[in-house]
Write a protein that binds this ligand. Structure first.
Ligand code: NAP
Length: 314
């Protein structure tokens, strides 16, 4: 019987692991299929406190992992495939085994949202990408398009100008959602241009050489056009990884897990932190904060369940 099983190793899960380990709860941390999650594909985090010169997402992941392990958290390369939250002990099943546990912290993060247009899935790795940090390098002196109008799209478009000769941002409206600072940096960058009021309806590609264009539709005029491009980078938001929790806990209409201000889900002993329960801030630092709170709440829950006193002040 475990005290706490943490599912996911992004900033939320690993910070929960640091706090739970320091509380001597000997947490088990399931790394899942993509250890570190979304943060590891971020080139540089310039806004994580304590790193005045920025830190790469991968390095942050390595540091958090090392810190959690220093206090005794056990990271296992397993993926949760189902859960039973109907009774105590709670159960988390993986492909190779099963954990019985008093508490669970869900920090499974989210995955990039897809356009769901013809030519997209078939050409991932052949010119379709959801990660500029991973694939930007392959587009040196080439022309690429970026889809989306939020902070991610603009930030990644700016990053891509390091390699590409031209970056066209295709957005479905006539105004960016991205913050003012990023907007003006993009507007001032001579490698970036904008295609407004347009959606991608098809990714065009050659079977051997990969992507060579995108078909667009102007949403105002319905006019169709084709832009030649060597690559398409898609940044249109994320979908939380909640598949295995369907019908086990409460979600809101946007698909994220509902928690109260103390990271508690509707199931006693089950907490959630990070992108899987937050679609407002979605920052590494806010996820880390939520992970810390979830671990402290798990400690308190266990103390109450066992009739011992919680050493903290909550
Ligand atoms: P987002 O803010 O949700 O933006 C998604 C963008 O994609 C929007 O412009 C949206 O258009 C567009 N979009 C959504 N579905 C689409 C579809 N099917 N077809 C075409 N376009 C579509 O997502 P995000 O940029 O990933 O950012 C998520 C959160 O992380 C935000 O809170 C953001 O502030 C934060 N973030 C912060 C930083 C930073 O601080 N440096 C960096 C990255 C992300 P509409 O505008 O028309 O809705």
């Amino acid at each position: 019987m475990k005290n706490v099983v943490i599912i996911g190793t992004g900033p939320a899960g690993l910070t929960a692991a640091i706090y739970a380990a320091r509380a001597e709860l000997e947490p088990i941390v399931l790394t899942g299929d993509t250890p570190g999650g979304q943060v590891t594909i971020t080139e540089t985090l310039d806004n994580f406190p304590g790193f005045p010169d920025g830190i790469s997402g991968f390095e942050l992941f390595q540091n958090l992992k090392k810190q959690a392990e220093r206090f005794g958290a056990k990271l296992v390369s397993e993926t949760a495939i189902s859960v039973d939250f109907s009774k105590q002990p709670l159960t988390v099943k993986t492909r190779t085994g099963e954990y019985e546990t008093k508490t669970v912290i869900i920090s499974t993060g989210s995955d990039p949202r897809k356009l769901n247009v013809p030519g997209e899935t078939e050409n991932v790795g052949k010119g379709v990408s959801y990660c500029a940090t991973c694939d930007g390098f392959f587009f040196r002196d080439k022309e690429v398009v970026v889809v989306g109008g939020g902070d991610s799209a603009v930030e990644e478009a700016l990053f891509l100008t390091k390699f590409a000769s031209k970056v066209s941002i295709i957005h479905r409206r006539d105004r960016l959602r991205a913050g003012a600072h990023l907007q003006s940096r993009a507007e001032e960058n001579e490698k970036i241009d904008f295609v407004w009021n347009s959606v991608v309806t098809e990714v065009l590609a050659d079977e051997t050489t990969g992507v060579n264009g995108v078909k667009l539709k102007n949403v105002k005029t319905e006019e169709e056009s084709v832009i030649k491009t060597d690559g398409i980078f898609i940044f249109i938001g994320h979908i939380p990884n909640t598949e295995i929790f369907k019908d086990k806990i409460d979600f809101d209409e946007s698909g994220i897990i509902v928690t109260d201000s103390r990271q508690k889900t509707n199931v006693p002993g089950v907490f959630a932190a990070g992108d899987v329960q937050d679609n407002i801030y979605r920052q590494a630092v806010t996820s880390a904060g939520a992970g810390a709170a979830a671990a402290m709440e798990a400690e308190k829950f266990i103390a109450e369940m066992e009739g011992t006193s919680y050493p903290g002040k909550m």
